[in-house]
Design a protein around this ligand. Sequence first.
Ligand SMILES: [Zn+2]
Length: 65
Amino acid sequence: MADEPGAHLACPYCGAYGVTRLFLGSVRLDSCECTTCGARWDEDPTTGAFLGRSSRQSVLSRRRS
Ligand SMILES: [Zn+2]
């Protein structure tokens, strides 16, 4: 249950570990998606820095339980 510094191994929103990570070489981003809550966000693939929530689609509209 320890918080890992650097790259987000778990979803920063719900804390689940089912994170899909896709490296986007063209824009030098790691695009991450939580398979549990559906949140999407971007990370710097070098530093693991959190670059903000992705706005490619509304997360709220696809939130289901
Ligand atoms: Zn999540």
